[in-house]
Design a binder for this molecule. Sequence first.
Ligand code: CO
Length: 134
Amino acid sequence: MIGRLNHVAIAVKDLTAATDVYKKALGAVVTEPLPQPEHGVTVVFVTLPNTKIEFLEPLGDASPIAKFLEKNPDGGIHHICYEVDDILAARDTLKAQGARVLGDGNPKIGAHGKPVLFLHPKDFCGTLTELEQV
Ligand code: CO
């Protein structure tokens, strides 16, 4: 079921500071900030040869990453995302094994315009896990 690592998402309070580190210290190519009001975040993508890093900065009052940043004021890894061929089949297989799917259990369109689901960190080694159908 599980495919490639699509991205690692890092939540930060300040996108400019974060992307400066990646640009200057690591020589990475980063995109311009992309506000995603429907997800409560502004996103910057860093494309690496084998995967992507996504920096997330809170957007709006009810950002889903606000609480995470309260606990992790310096920022931190927020979730990882694996690719799957068939997100509904993956969801049903995981649910049948007791895994908890967040939200209403239906895929939403994610930052890349593809269907995504989030799985409860307690069921996946303490790590919020996203599935993306590619
Ligand atoms: Co993601």
